[in-house]
Design a protein around this ligand. Structure first.
Ligand SMILES: *Cc1c(COP(=O)(O)O)cnc(C)c1O
Length: 480
């Protein structure tokens, strides 16, 4: 009998030279703070040179590289060619600007390396605290579910699954749909991820009835009632209506109060896609426009848009937290819960969604909410809407420009007049991107291409609106 031989002491991955690593870490922090402080001096966006793309395509390293050298590669290859949404001139899609407090929170979260799937530790209490803070803002009672997810695409998908459990019972998890003829309803301007959620849930996107919207982009409630009645008459089973608080195209807000009333009368699940608009509840002048959001059975929202939390930080709230748990909880033997020790604290976040291992998205959100406070975040949201009104006024004051949609929140759709306006305006937007001046996006409204400026970033000022308008006007077609 030989005594067991322990393996030799091995090199772990921690630094050998802590002081040198610490100095390098401080340089990295300084560099990224410099980037944020001086972002206005940079182009919003620049096209990526082929040499830069080629440089990143190297074989997977078998051996080590100095941290300083990797950071240098980041500074050369990655940092100058970001999306641009930290920049105040970025107005494309609906991208948040991020925040320094959120960034630092994210760094601390990475150091702590918490897994928020479950167990008994304070990081989960931080996540629960976000629900204690914001649940009441959205009319959610004690016992509601609240969970960080990647984004509202995931939150909307999960809400469809919870609503499906509500309609068919938890047996649907074993039996599948079994031919249940469920139908759902949303306005034509609903985000594409809701259609995808219908596909992924097995309900099929054909079961999503797309209801016409009025001139302000709000779901036509008579058409909604008629569609529900038609489906019932055909023996189908209406189960879900999705209202949108801030459509991605134009920022329209559905009549959430009206939809809530119909949902209550028809006994449908009322879900609100509040991906970017829901946090307007922080702004006293805007909150009344979201009336009805507090009646939602479930709500999707993104802290990474108007909330200025760095990506990603989506969130799902469900009024009936127990139903959410019945939709997802998977008691596995190795996940056994105890009442004491590290395996206590049940139910765990992993019981309320599909993810088992989960990062600490809550920390950057907690930092952002604490450092700035909801009043200040609300003021930022109000300011972006005031900038949208200013942009609208500038468009209306310029005979060369045409307003393409009503401006209800922070999104302005407009374009240059001229021959072949679709091609013209597409070219103008591409030019602006490549010139690094301003980054609006485009959208198609009633078959017509529009320049779309979504003002989300807390750094955007009136002068950024002026540079956008001036840059567009510079590209107007010559007379004659
Ligand atoms: C952004 C957005 C989504 C998708 O959210 P992600 O966080 O990008 O997944 C859904 N609906 C609306 C209205 C949005 O603005």
């Amino acid at each position: 009998m030989h005594p067991p031989q322990p393996p030799a002491e091995h090199d772990d991955l921690d630094p050998k030279d802590w002081p040198a690593t610490r100095a390098q870490a401080h340089r990295m922090l300084d560099d990224i703070l410099d980037y944020v402080e001086h972002v206005r001096d940079r182009p919003v966006w620049q096209s990526i040179p082929d040499a830069v793309k080629a440089a990143i395509r190297e074989p997977c390293p078998r051996g080590p590289t100095e941290l300083a050298e990797v950071h240098d590669a980041f500074l050369r290859l990655v940092l100058p060619y970001g999306t641009g949404n930290v920049h105040p001139g970025f107005m494309g899609w609906v991208h948040g600007g991020g925040s320094v407090a959120g960034m630092l929170g994210e760094m601390l979260a990475a150091g702590l390396n918490a897994n928020l799937g479950g167990r008994e530790h304070m990081p989960i209490e931080v996540e629960r605290q976000i629900l204690r803070w914001l649940g009441p803002v959205f009319g959610m009672p004690e016992g509601a579910g609240g969970l960080f997810v990647t984004g509202s695409s995931m939150a909307n998908f999960m809400a469809i699954l919870v609503a499906r459990t509500g309609a068919l019972g938890p047996e649907v998890r074993q039996r599948g749909l079994d031919g249940a003829p469920l139908t759902a309803y949303a306005g034509t301007s609903v985000h594409g991820c809701v259609r995808r959620g219908m596909e992924m849930s097995g309900l099929g996107s054909d079961a999503l009835r797309v209801i016409p919207v009025d001139r302000d982009g709000r779901m036509d409630l008579d058409a909604l009632r008629a569609a529900i009645a038609r489906d019932r008459a055909a023996g189908l089973r209406p189960f879900l209506v999705v209202g949108t608080a801030g459509t991605v195209d134009t920022g329209a807000i559905d009549d959430l109060e009206g939809i809530a009333a119909i949902a209550a009368a028809e006994r449908l699940w009322f879900h609100v896609d509040g991906a970017f608009g829901a946090l307007a509840m922080f702004a006293p002048s805007l909150a009344p426009r979201l009336a009805g959001i507090r009646r939602a059975d479930s709500l999707a929202l993104d802290f990474h848009k108007w909330g200025q939390v760095p990506y990603d930080a989506g969130y799902l709230m469900v009024r009936d937290g127990a139903l959410q748990q019945r939709t997802f909880a998977a008691p596995a033997v190795y996940l056994r819960r105890e009442v004491r020790g590290l395996a206590a604290g049940s139910p765990w976040p992993c019981d309320f969604g599909p993810d088992l291992s989960r990062g600490f998205r809550a920390l950057k959100t907690w930092f952002t909410l604490k450092v700035y406070g909801t009043d200040r975040l609300g003021a930022v949201i109000e300011h972006t809407c005031a900038l949208a009104q200013y942009l609208k006024a500038r468009v209306e004051a310029s005979p060369e420009l045409e307003l393409m949609a009503p401006v209800s929140l922070n999104i302005v759709c407009f374009r240059l007049r001229g021959p072949d306006p679709d091609a013209l305006n597409r070219r103008v937007v591409e030019d602006l991107h490549e010139a690094g001046l301003s980054a609006p996006s485009t959208t198609i409204l009633d078959g017509r291409l529009a320049i779309r400026a979504a003002i989300v970033n807390h750094r955007t000022q009136a002068r950024d609106i002026d540079s956008l308008v001036d840059a567009v006007l510079l590209r107007r077609p010559l007379e004659g």
